[in-house]
Design a protein around this ligand. Structure first.
Ligand code: GDP
Length: 427
């Protein structure tokens, strides 16, 4: 079984996380820094993937003190583990020791997930900005003690596990097709796969009963996530409805691009808003697909009016392109995949710092903010994430954040992808 190791300084919450991840079987949580204990190994499983979790624990004050011990622990972890979880403490912030450990992990070339523990407020992650200095990408915020986001963490872990199942780990844009029952998801899947000559193969997904579909079109590869969940027909009761929403959420978690499918005859319902809202919160690139367009009586203004109405209801997602299709007649189905390619690329766009700052300086000059904005830099993709250094993050109101976002979109596009703007204090 593949090995997954947790490393980090004493007291960042390694044991708590370990216990969470193995389902609370063992409970050795020590609050005293530097407790000696043996390494803990436990078998664990997530969505049908099995792995062994190692808590490298055993930090002792050997030669070189605690710092050196933590570094030795990291070295040991990279020697034996397939995936390393590097746990940092969001409450304490970045330490010199974190930087030293990150260096070891980066040099090893092992897959590393940077995990910021003890996060209390998941809507304001600005305190995590420092951790980007570790050069390990986006920190994944969790609360091991409360079990918050631990599912996301496990999703990331299984994505990085070495693939043994034939056909897995194949490339391609991962596409989730989500929406309420009967909006036409399976009809859409059949259209996409049935169109012209595509090479299709089924891949066992990460859920025991999930099946992903891998296919190639015009020499480009795609993976449709959880096609089993889409095709399975169930009687719609309240509980299956709830289940189907959960299933949609899990598909979104694993996607690069989310197709939010609506039924043109029904418009935007509350459940559509929930699903679209989840995709937005998760920072996924999205396309709104209005299906059954053949059933709508139209004149030359219907489409524009409908588009406005949809974007009014899904205002938080006003960056998403809206495509009007009919899975029944095939109308505009050929536009779906090119649009998927486009938004997938936009979500990975990196803007050079100098170009970015030219636009930011111009924007600040045109409409001055209530606090000084010194400098901006893009720190991540999927979604593109920009950190602004300002004299007072609190003083930048939501309206100004929206203004900056619009300016960035005007300059760089970012079609179909959410943007994350983080404001950080700087002197
Ligand atoms: P799912 O539950 O979202 O997978 O929806 P289905 O693909 O099973 O479609 C539900 C119903 O809507 C079926 O009776 C389809 O034939 C019908 N349907 C799907 N797409 C369209 C469309 O574009 N136009 C029309 N008129 N009917 C459609």
């Amino acid at each position: 079984k593949p090995l997954v190791a947790i490393v980090g300084r004493p007291n960042v919450g390694k044991s708590t996380l370990f216990n969470r991840l193995v389902g609370g079987q063992v409970a050795i949580v020590e609050d005293i820094p530097g407790v000696t204990r043996d390494r803990l190994y436990r078998d664990s499983e997530w969505r049908g993937y099995e792995f062994t979790l190692v808590d490298t624990g055993g930090i002792t004050e050997g030669p070189g003190g605690l710092e050196a011990a933590v570094r030795r622990q990291a070295e040991q972890a990279v020697n034996e583990a397939d995936v390393v979880l590097f746990l940092v403490d969001a409450r304490e912030g970045l330490t010199a020791n974190d930087l030293a450990v990150a260096e070891i992990l980066r040099r090893s070339g092992r897959p590393v997930i940077l995990v910021a523990n003890k996060v209390e407020n998941f809507t304001d992650l600005s305190s995590l900005a420092d951790f980007y200095q570790l050069g390990l990408g986006d920190p994944l915020p969790i609360s091991a003690a409360h079990g918050m986001n631990v599912g996301d963490l496990l999703d990331r872990v299984v994505e990085l596990l070495p693939r043994r199942v034939e056909g897995e780990g194949r490339g391609g844009i991962r596409v989730a097709i989500v929406g309420r029952p009967n909006v036409g998801k399976s009809s859409l899947v059949n259209r996409l796969l049935g169109e012209e000559r595509v090479i299709v193969s089924e891949i066992p997904g990460t859920t025991r009963d999930a099946v992903d579909t891998h296919f190639k079109k015009n020499d480009k590869e795609y993976i449709l996530i959880d096609t089993a969940g889409i095709r399975r027909k169930a009687r719609i009761t309240t509980s299956t409805e709830r289940y189907s929403v959960q299933r949609a959420f899990r598909a979104v978690d694993r996607a690069d691009v989310v197709l939010v499918v609506l039924d043109a005859t029904e418009g935007v319902t509350n459940q559509d808003k929930r699903i679209a809202g989840y995709s937005h919160e998760k920072g996924k690139a999205s396309i709104i697909i209005v299906n059954k367009w053949d059933l709508i009586p139209k004149d030359d203004k219907t489409l524009e009016r409908y588009r406005k109405a949809v974007l009014y209801e899904l205002a938080f997602m006003d960056y998403a392109p809206v495509l009007f299709v009919s899975a029944l007649t095939g109308q505009r189905i050929h536009q779906v995949l090119p649009l998927v390619d486009e938004v997938a690329m936009e979500a990975k766009r990196r803007v050079p710092t100098s170009t970015l700052n030219t636009v930011v300086q111009e924007s600040v000059f045109l409409t001055p903010p209530p606090a000084k904005i010194y400098y901006a830099t893009q720190v991540g993709i999927q979604p593109p994430t920009v950190v602004f250094f300002t004299s007072d993050p609190e003083a930048i109101p939501l309206s100004y954040r929206r203004y900056l976002e619009n300016q960035l979109r005007r300059a760089f596009g970012f079609k179909g992808t959410p943007l994350r703007l983080i404001f950080r204090e700087s002197k």
